[in-house]
Design a protein around this ligand. Structure first.
Ligand code: ZN
Length: 728
């Protein structure tokens, strides 16, 4: 049997940790290590020099910050900041440091240094390390951003890019990003009475990154030995952030080079998208399948905006803007072009119905939003449930009004704006949509298409499909049913060479589905997959992969929670070509062997092969003889000995990166309802074994205590759900 599954499940972070007010002091004063394989210095096409502020936390007036595992925060922070500076400067940036050693000024000096620069830096990253206090097993990376400032949205985007980059490069748990007034986040708690972090006083967009936990031995080992990777991850995030910022004196978009060798720069086309929505009185009508038309339009629009927002957050070098116009007797611009998708969502939510169908007015208002010179792809999605009956000058002559709509669509086409039309309703019903007319409108623009939806589910699918259709080349589209607990094979998509990005969406009307995406090498896409950005929201999974590997990608879904027993799904995968040839990084498959311990009655042998881009699991029952396998294992010799369940009495060799869970893709698969899809991971770093919880539902226990990440020693008892092992 062949299985290629991975689960993408964004599980809410558990917030039971009590983070102490922590952070910093000096230690060895380590010099920054040289960073190799950097691209040659490269600035912008014009002469604008980007200025980056780096703020190594603590070290002011003798404040060491947090301590743990022999490290002092102020020194760790400074070491990473100096290495980040080296990387940025070698890429042509100007870097301002708030301190370069211990400083006798107080903490307020940090903001003073930043604000004294003229001009101010384009952004500031404040670098800290976290602590959970003694006895804590907290692990991972998190960031905080300012609130109550005009730069908050940008600060949040920067924070998100920082945690994504560090979590990906260091395989650390991504704990998320938080506003600066959050309790128990970014080393602060409500009881301190703080409403602001000190970075609040810095003028530019500013994020504070808590790289990892000094209090956790695994995290501390990374901070001690992989400072260069933290620095490189921070520099990558800064560059990704700037790709979406226009230089003050530059009109063309910036060509920046990522410092990552494995991830060449992604070039993608920006988009400007106006949703034009009919809010005439009939949009208040109920749909035969349930719900009200306008609510269905809002839900469909919300999913489309979520997908666009995820693209903006992914750090692809393209800017996607949306605007919303509604029309009834008149047209209203609910929100002009913005990349702030949250604001657009709010505008969408505020729509209400009234009056007639002034379609020409809606189309005219949308056209007026576009600048004279377009950048990137521009389109209008026009939704209507009826026929136009009010013209630009309030005429109601049917022929005149229709001609106005067609003329406006033609004008859009001449300006390079595609008009997609969606007729919402049954075309055979009296007074309903005129499909031929709406098709003519789309055709008049020369590059749009017409679509018909008769219920909320179809409308959502059309909106999502239009995102794929209008921006890239669709490789796979499938709708169907999925059952509770079903691992559903959806299909394969053949991705060509040289694609800037892949967009995969899975949506469904209710319940909880998981998307399962596997690359041509059999590697499962998860949050740590190179170039991947994942979103799960409003019954929608959206996955963006930058520079996807060419070859056959497998798509599957899992019916995680389907109380209805069966629901519909809609899966679409599209790609956008890249003018710059990417350098794919081959993924080496990892052999896994489960061996019997001596005297066991059965041996279960699982071999993972990489052939033709798939993994093959072979399960063999070999009788009572133990057998030795010659496949290589990684890490020091260590085994898990099963204490109960299927593996009771078995001895299972482990290696660095060994994942335990209920997924077919896990190195050790436990088919038990108490075990999460990907439950726990073993790591072997610098001679020490560790085990990490992978945000499991039921938790990971070592010697009876629930943990996030702890060192493992021989004789430790590990419990994954209800299944127990001894580590030997
Ligand atoms: Zn700190």
């Amino acid at each position: 049997m062949k299985k290629r599954f991975v689960l993408i499940r964004l599980i809410a972070d558990f917030a039971f940790l009590f983070i102490l007010a922590s952070c910093g002091q000096p230690q060895s004063g380590a010099a920054p290590q040289p960073v190799g394989n950097l691209a040659p210095p490269q600035q912008l096409e014009d002469s604008y020099i980007w200025t980056i502020g780096l703020d190594p936390g603590h070290g002011w007036q003798g404040d060491p910050g947090a301590t743990g595992n022999g490290l002092q925060e102020k020194t760790v922070n400074l070491d990473i900041a100096l290495q980040t500076k080296t990387i940025l400067e070698s890429n042509g940036f100007r870097v301002i440091m708030t301190r370069t050693g211990d400083d006798s000024n107080d903490l307020t000096q940090a903001a003073k240094v930043i604000n004294a620069q003229n001009p101010n830096p384009d952004l500031v990253v404040s670098i800290h390390a976290n602590s959970g206090g003694s006895g804590s097993t907290a692990t991972g990376t998190e960031a905080c951003y300012t609130v109550g400032k005009s730069t908050d949205t940008e600060s949040k985007r920067l924070a998100t890019l920082l945690t994504n980059s560090i979590s990906s490069k260091l395989s650390l748990v991504n704990r998320g990003v938080f506003p600066e007034n959050s309790d128990s986040r970014c080393a602060r708690r409500a009881s301190t009475g703080w409403n602001q972090l000190y970075i609040h006083n810095m003028n530019p967009p500013t994020a504070l990154i808590e790289t990892a936990f000094l209090s956790n031995p695994f995290d501390a080992d990374l901070l001690k030995n992989r400072g260069a990777d933290f620095a490189s991850a921070i520099a990558d995030a800064i560059i990704a952030y700037l790709k979406n910022v226009e230089a003050p004196t530059a009109s063309p978009p910036i060509a920046l080079t990522s410092t990552s060798v494995s991830q060449p720069p992604v070039v993608s086309t920006s988009t400007s998208n106006v949703l034009v929505i009919d809010t005439s009185g009939s949009m208040d009508d109920a749909l035969s399948a349930g719900g009200v038309k306008l609510d269905a339009a809002k839900d469909a629009g919300r999913k489309l905006l979520d997908i666009i927002g995820a693209e903006n957050e992914a750090g692809v070098s393209a800017n996607h803007e949306v605007a919303i116009v509604d029309f009834s007797d008149t047209a209203i611009v609910d929100i002009g072009f913005t990349a702030n998708i949250d604001s657009a969502q709010n505008a969408l939510s505020s729509l209400y119905t009234t009056g007639g169908t002034g379609m020409p007015k809606g189309l005219q208002a949308a056209l007026d939003l576009f600048p004279a010179t377009l950048t990137g792809k521009s389109f209008i999605i026009l939704l209507s449930d009826g026929q136009p009956n009010i013209g630009l000058n309030d005429e109601s002559d049917k022929v005149v009004v229709r001609q106005q709509v067609l003329d406006l669509a033609g004008e859009a086409g001449r300006r390079g704006i595609c008009v997609y039309t969606v007729g919402f309703g049954d075309p055979t019903a009296t007074g309903s949509i005129d499909e031929n007319f709406l098709r003519q409108v789309a055709d008049a623009s020369g590059c749009g298409t017409y679509h018909n939806a008769q219920n909320a589910w179809e409308l959502a699918n059309i909106y999502i499909n239009l995102r794929h259709e209008s921006t890239g080349n669709t490789l796979l589209t499938k709708t169907g049913d999925i059952k509770q607990g079903e691992n559903l094979e959806i299909g394969n998509a053949q991705v060509p060479d040289n694609q800037a990005m892949m967009l995969f969406t899975l949506n469904w009307p209710g319940s909880q589905l998981d998307a399962v995406l596997t690359d041509p090498n059999g590697k499962l896409v998860d949050m740590n997959y190179p170039g991947a950005s994942l979103l799960t929201k409003n019954n929608l999974v959206s996955i963006i992969i930058q520079n996807p590997l060419a070859g056959s990608w497998n798509v599957a879904a899992y019916g995680a929670q389907v109380p209805e027993q069966v629901i519909n799904y809609n899966a679409i995968l599209s790609v956008r070509p890249n003018p710059n040839p990417p350098t794919p990084v081959p993924v080496t498959p990892t052999p896994v062997v489960v061996q019997p311990s001596g005297g066991s009655p059965f041996a279960i042998l699982i071999i993972v092969l990489a052939g033709a881009g798939m993994m093959v699991y072979v399960i063999t029952l070999t009788g009572r003889r133990a057998r030795t396998q010659g496949l290589p294992l990684y890490g020091s010799p260590a085994v898990l000995v099963g204490l109960n369940g299927t593996y009771a009495g078995y001895s299972i060799p482990v290696r660095d990166g060994f994942v335990i869970g209920s997924s077919f893709a896990c190195a050790l698969r436990l088919s038990d309802p108490s075990v999460s899809w990907q439950h726990a991971r073993l790591r072997f770093v610098n001679g020490q074994w560790y085990i990490q919880d992978m945000n499991s539902k039921r938790g990971l226990y070592v010697n009876g205590k629930r943990v996030q990440a702890v060192p493992l020693n021989k004789g430790n008892r590990i419990r994954v759900g209800s299944i127990e092992f001894e580590f030997r």
